[in-house]
Write a protein that binds this ligand. Structure first.
Ligand code: FER
Length: 311
């Protein structure tokens, strides 16, 4: 057997083992009662087994990429609220507007989803997404875009609960699918000057938000052409369910960007998504960097993803 075939088999075996190791947590969204808070916490401690495909695709982002720059237009982020028929409440989101935002132009929109303990402030407050995008646009490395950072926990009380790994909290993240599609997107498009076709709409998220992105995005490629799951959590549905027709997915996707740190105990989930995409020849990026389940991997992967979309 030549080496590339051996590698291929080793990769598939690793993916199968990872898939089995993932256990019941994979279907946490459908059957939230099966994942106890103890199991969810234990999932972070699963051993990391790296295969030949689990390598870094990009260098570290350059110094200062996530810091506001002296003398430059500061990032403009405003609060936005909308009525939700899913929660029966008025809900909040944060909206980044590019420098010189004007009603004369139609902007593409990136929807950016937070993790299990976060809210609509996680991407700005913790990861500094506003500075990252603002610097990229100032440097001409990203297309001027609107970035919407909602609260992805579609519950009447959407504050991070004391027990973040509860089945109720996970269920709130699953319910956000209809809130996003039926309530948030139409409200954003009514208020801001946006291009409204699929090729001008992207969805990305970290951890729980990465799982939401893969679940909702692949099911609604008529709405989103660009997707990124950064360190997607075990709420990610099995890829065979998400991609029943690989040819259709292959045709519609402009980009599926998957990333994870090689020190993240949740890596077996995205490894199995990558293995499936590779097996069915669905083009994607699989970037495994040297970080953990932390802001370093999320900021640098947003930096690379934002440069590739709406082009
Ligand atoms: C789990 C482990 C982690 C899980 C979710 C997470 C639903 C989410 C982590 C995060 O968003 O940071 O088993 O199950």
């Amino acid at each position: 057997m030549d080496n590339s075939i051996k590698h291929h088999f080793a990769g598939l075996l690793a993916a199968c083992a990872a898939w089995l190791a993932l256990g019941p947590a994979v279907s946490a969204q459908d059957k939230p009662e099966q994942t106890s808070p103890e199991q969810a916490r234990a999932n972070f401690g699963r051993p990391v087994q790296l295969g030949p495909d689990d390598v870094r695709m990009f260098p570290e982002a350059p110094e200062g990429f996530d810091k506001p720059r002296a003398g430059a237009d500061p990032a403009r982020v405003e609060q936005f609220s909308y009525d939700s028929s899913v929660t029966g409440t008025r809900r909040e989101a944060n909206v980044y507007l590019p420098p010189g935002y004007s009603e004369e132009r139609k902007y593409p929109v990136l929807y950016l989803l937070h993790g299990i303990a976060g809210n609509q402030y996680e991407w700005t407050g913790y990861v500094h997404a506003d500075a990252i995008i603002n610097n990229l646009i100032a440097d001409g490395k990203a297309t001027p875009m609107i970035v919407v950072m909602p609260n992805g926990r579609a519950l009447p009380d959407d504050r991070p609960p004391k027990e973040i790994y509860s089945p109720e909290n996970a269920a709130g993240f699953a319910k956000f699918e209809r809130d996003l599609l039926d309530c948030l997107i139409p409200a954003i498009q009514a208020k801001y000057s946006t291009a409204t076709d699929r090729e001008h709409r992207a969805l990305a998220g970290l951890s729980m938000g990465g799982g939401q992105t893969i679940n909702f995005g692949l099911a609604h490629l008529d709405t989103f052409a660009w997707l990124a799951g950064f360190s997607p959590a075990p709420n990610t549905r099995p890829p065979a369910e998400l991609i029943p027709d690989p040819a259709a997915t292959r045709k519609d996707l402009k980009l599926l960007y998957l990333s994870c740190g090689n020190k993240d105990g949740l890596i077996s989930g995205p490894q199995s998504v990558h293995a499936f995409l590779k097996q069915y020849d669905i083009p994607h990026i699989w970037n495994v960097d040297d970080h953990g389940h932390d802001r370093e991997t999320w900021s640098s992967n947003l930096y690379y993803f934002a440069q590739k979309i709406f082009r």
